[in-house]
Design a protein around this ligand. Structure first.
Ligand SMILES: [Zn+2]
Length: 427
């Protein structure tokens, strides 16, 4: 890759970093992606309900929130035609590049940011170099700004090559709420994909390292539980109340007491509670947000069954009722050996890649698994690629940053794999 291309991609990444948008609110980001795709000259860009199935979305914010972000994007110069198609949170895009007879290769990059305040000290490169988040309280703290850039850089590199076949790139919204993979997997864009790559930077792998097959994504279910009791005067008539505070407390304590499973790893977390109203009122209502995970879909199902029973029993213990609602689900899907070999071969041939790891556990959940599963069920093969990057802070923390060297390396590795899959002989 030329020095100019490399520095242009770094510019683009910084621009995206400075304007992070949360899940389903990626209006401006989508508009910028479309600009770039048009200047590359792809054959088709699908948007809105052509890019995803609206009914399959999970974790969509309310209408006011969506409208606020859409308006902010418009003010910042996002294109009307894109905003129109993305209205109501139909963000993201699917780009199709057609280059004659050959296999169809799919690539997925995610584009959303996190609700996290970014560090502002001089020891945080984006702050020191003037591209810290302009959207206070929202931050690209997981590298999806780099993913978007790598996706665009890869399309450009493949467009200029002798690749023969079709390249389909999913610029996926809402990965952070595990909400955008399923609706994209429900479209006909996944049909006929022979080979599929999903990509993530970092995950504790250093710059210059590539994991050809990320495996063992944790199967996950996120849910809410709403407890309803009855309020009462805490001094005069506590016996008249039905205490939602107690139900929430009992549920939380006992969720962590679900027996571990010999079949593999399990996780549980209650990450949020909103309960009660005042010190002298027996709490009438409480709501918690929780998640369970498992090393396999069966282990996740085990955790779900136990969690639901625990919630139910905790409610009854305090004469309350409870209703649960699923926020998001994502399955486990592992990488195929054929694709691991293809990516490892390309990584080995890429200058600057010093370490190629064939397989490593991901240790997190990912909704790219929906796309991987859809491709596999249709007879294709798939892998989850990790592009190592030195990151000063952990993922999802205020000081997370990517080593920008990774952007050029990532484009080189991915475009080499894709060109080789398309029958080209590359060095
Ligand atoms: Zn991420």
């Amino acid at each position: 890759m030329s020095r100019e291309t490399r520095s242009r991609l770094v510019e683009l990444r910084r621009e995206l970093h400075a304007y992070p948008e949360p899940s389903w609110c990626e209006f401006h980001t989508t508009s910028r992606v479309v600009d770039e795709l048009e200047s590359i000259g792809v054959d088709r860009v699908a948007l809105g309900d052509d890019a995803l199935d609206p009914a399959e979305r999970m974790g969509v914010p309310d209408d006011d929130e969506l409208a606020r972000w859409r308006e902010a994007a418009a003010e910042r110069g996002a294109r009307d035609d894109v905003l129109e198609r993305a209205a109501g949170g139909l963000t993201g895009a699917v780009a199709v590049l057609e280059r004659g007879d050959g296999p169809t290769v799919g690539l997925r990059v995610d584009i959303d940011a996190l609700r996290q305040t970014e560090a502002d000290g001089d020891d945080h490169a984006p702050a020191a170099a003037g591209f810290r988040s302009e959207n206070e309280g929202v931050m690209h703290a997981c590298g999806h700004d780099a993913h978007t850039t790598v996706g665009l850089g890869t399309v450009a590199a493949v467009a200029e090559s002798d690749f023969a076949g079709t390249l389909v790139v999913f610029f996926q919204p809402a990965e952070e709420v595990v909400g955008g993979g399923r609706p994209m997997a429900a479209t006909d864009h996944v049909e006929g994909i022979d080979h599929f790559l999903a990509v993530h930077v970092g995950l504790d792998h250093p710059t210059g390292e590539v994991v050809a097959g990320g495996d063992e994504a944790l199967s996950v279910r996120q849910m809410t539980a709403e407890f309803v009791g009855e309020s009462a005067h805490a001094g005069a008539a506590p016996q008249a109340g039905r205490n939602a505070m107690q139900a929430v407390a009992a549920a939380t304590q006992n969720l962590y007491a679900i027996p571990r499973h010999a079949g593999g790893l399990t996780r549980v977390n209650v990450g949020r509670a909103d309960v009660g109203s005042a010190p002298n009122v027996v709490a009438a209502e409480g709501r918690i947000e929780l998640e369970v995970r498992g090393g396999t879909d069966d282990l996740r199902a085990y955790m779900t069954t136990h969690a639901e029973r625990t919630l139910d029993t905790a409610a009854r213990m305090h004469d309350c009722t409870v209703t649960t609602e699923t926020l998001a689900v994502a399955p486990r899907e592992d990488s195929d050996e054929s694709m691991v070999t293809a990516v490892a071969g390309a990584a080995d041939a890429t200058p600057g890649i010093e370490s190629t790891v064939r397989r490593a556990p991901l240790g997190v959940s990912e909704d790219a698994t929906y796309l991987m599963r859809a491709v596999k069920q249709d007879g294709g093969d798939a892998t989850f690629v990790v592009l190592g990057t030195d990151h000063p802070g952990g993922h999802h923390t205020a000081r997370f940053d990517v080593d920008e060297e990774t952007i050029g390396l990532g484009v080189d590795v991915l475009s080499t794999v894709i060109r080789r899959l398309g029958g080209e002989e590359t060095g």
